[in-house]
Design a protein around this ligand. Structure first.
Ligand code: PEP
Ligand code: MG
Length: 572
């Protein structure tokens, strides 16, 4: 069976399907059972759950440290809670009903009790109770639990969508692909897949209903083609493609250590985008020169409350220290749009991408903004750091953000806490108003980084995660390229650094355009770095610059794309 989705993370994958979140837990009441048998089953299910949670705790500790692992200590305590245990045992003995039904009844009572409490903290414990005892119930019902951290066989994960915490905890050696019903090219599942270098196709709509656990699937994470239960011919075709891909990778790794310069000496810094400490593995493997975009929001997602100043400080410090002198551009919280923090309790909006998000939230919620800025400032003493504000649409916003940054500096000075005096300050150019006045904004910052994912969305008025209109989300739209050129000119005239950090940064056809605009830094998912280097090494800056005036007179996206492809071909 053939399906077609959105290629989100390039690469060929051939493997067995493992569906997650697929089993539905339906507990039936069975009367007149033998209580002794069911008490024994309950004890065994609790014991198995205990072993699993302990294992997950150890893995979490290794990957994320004590703070995150402590959640699982709490889960172990809940599992052994004497009150819950004695109530379930009494329920089985008194009513002679099956262990699952007894456990579910007692669990539901506790959940209702905790949910009705006024205290937010106690309310959230209801979720923990559910999480822990659903595991026990699954064991009692003989339903296989997919623990992503404990996977030991190669699998292609199939899900409605994946959360960052699922991705963080999964055994990355075992997961050879993601296929999801939801998502778009720049949705956060897609970004995560690229940062993990795992091939992925998203926006498949029906992959969870059409696929079966254990069946074979082959797919191409670049063009979005997916084949369930492929025939021999298709299978060997994809095996050949996979082999070619591995050979090409080998070739590209020869470029590790080579500086990305054009034939006439124009140097382009090829940097990496990261979302967490773990992404640094791929960052170093692919020889990134610096971090051009650290999306800090991943530290805020998938948790019950805001990370404290100290927790943030420790994380930023850990990353900056690991970079060992390589520069780290850290973007302040960019939440909203398709990234929500339930604990922020933001009202639902008609147009979330045009609404309360990113710097707009930070300028409104100074408690959140200042906590992050203080943590960033304190971490800046551990290595070269840039602070970057997202979604700036006006000078007023930039000035307001700068004022708060200065307030934080004053506070730290008064407290006798250190921060680096060399921090660079930059903004994302991802809203057309900012691009149109790049020359003006350039006078007020040290660098610009162009968020072309959002700039495309706002310039072409096309929701970046809406699959129905994804054909309009076109990086070759001449209007968009004019805005990029205008921004680069503004930055270059003012003598500040200019980079691209949206997905366009690695598109091979656009490399000559960026070089022609004198954009001297491209930041991308680390998996694209070596290929991009190869695409820079064979270009001539002067030729690219000459080509641009013709390019920007073309009228359609198609003409633009063809023109760039021909330019590259002719120069080979
Ligand atoms: C962008 O908008 O291009 C960008 C880099 O930021 P994000 O994808 O996180 O919105
Ligand atoms: Mg953006």
């Amino acid at each position: 069976m053939e399906l077609h989705g959105i290629g989100a993370s390039a690469g060929i994958s051939i493997g067995k399907v493992l569906k997650i979140d697929s089993a539905k837990l339906e507990i039936k009441r069975i009367d007149n059972i033998n209580p002794q048998d069911h008490l024994a089953q309950l004890a065994s299910a609790i014991e198995t759950s205990k072993l699993e949670i302990s294992k997950i705790k150890d893995i979490t500790f290794e990957k994320f440290g004590n703070e995150k692992a402590a959640i699982f200590d709490a889960h172990l305590l809940i599992l052994e809670d004497p009150e819950i245990k004695s109530q379930v045992e009494a329920f089985i003995n008194d009513n002679k009903v099956n262990a699952s039904f007894a456990l579910k009844s007692v669990m539901d009572n506790f959940i209702t009790l905790f949910e009705s409490m006024d205290d937010e903290y106690m309310k959230e414990r209801a979720l923990d109770i559910k999480d822990v005892f659903t595991r026990v119930l699954n064991h009692l019902e003989g339903i296989q639990i997919v623990d992503l951290s404990l996977l030991d066989e190669e699998v292609v994960l199939v899900a409605d969508d994946l959360t960052p915490s699922q991705a963080a905890i999964m055994n990355k050696n075992a997961v050879i692909g993601f296929l999801t019903d939801k998502g778009g090219k720049t949705s956060h599942t897609a970004i995560m897949a690229r940062s993990l270098e795992i091939p992925a196709v998203v926006g498949l709509d029906t992959i969870t209903s059409q696929s079966e656990n254990g069946s074979t699937v082959v797919f191409d994470g670049k063009n979005g083609d997916v084949y369930l239960n492929p025939n021999q011919e298709l299978l060997s075709h994809y095996k050949n493609l996979k082999e070619k891909e591995l050979k090409e990778k080998e070739e590209l790794f020869k470029l590790v250590g080579v500086e990305a310069k054009t034939t006439d000496g124009f140097k382009v810094e090829v940097a990496g985008n990261i979302g967490s400490f773990q992404d640094l593995d791929s960052f170093f493997k692919n020889d990134a020169e610096s971090v051009g975009l650290y999306r800090t929001e991943f530290l805020f997602l998938d948790r019950d409350s805001m990370p404290s100043e100290d927790e943030q400080f420790e994380e930023y410090k850990r990353i900056i220290q690991k970079l060992d002198g390589k520069k780290c551009v850290i973007r302040t919280l960019d939440i909203g749009g398709d990234k929500n923090l339930p604990y922020l309790k933001v009202e639902e909006e008609e147009n979330p991408f045009l609404g309360y998000r990113a710097i707009r939230i930070c300028l409104d919620r100074l408690d959140i903004f200042k906590t992050q800025l203080r943590a960033l400032l304190r971490a800046s003493v551990f290595g070269p750091t840039g602070i970057m504000f997202p979604m700036i649409s006006s000078l007023e916003e930039l000035n307001a953000a700068k004022e708060i940054l200065n307030e934080c500096k004053t506070e730290l000075n008064n407290e006798g806490q250190n921060y680096s005096s060399e921090i660079k300050l930059g903004i994302m150019i991802e809203i057309p108003s900012a691009a149109l006045m790049a020359d003006l904004l350039a006078k007020h910052v040290d660098f610009f980084s162009m968020g072309t994912n959002d700039l495309t969305q706002y310039t072409c008025a096309v929701d970046r995660i809406n699959q129905k209109i994804s054909h309009l989300y076109n990086p070759f739209n001449p209007g968009l390229l004019r805005l990029i050129k205008m921004t680069a000119d503004g930055a270059n005239k003012a003598g500040i650094d200019i980079s691209i950090c949206g997905s366009m940064a690695h598109f091979p056809e656009l490399i000559p355009f960026f070089i022609g605009c004198k954009i001297n830094k491209l930041s991308m998912s680390p998996m694209h770095i070596l290929k991009t280097k190869r695409n820079i090494l064979n270009k001539n800056q002067a030729d690219c610059e000459k080509m641009i005036s013709n390019l920007l007179n073309l009228e359609t996206a198609e003409e633009t794309k063809n023109f760039l492809e021909k330019f590259i071909e002719d120069k080979k």
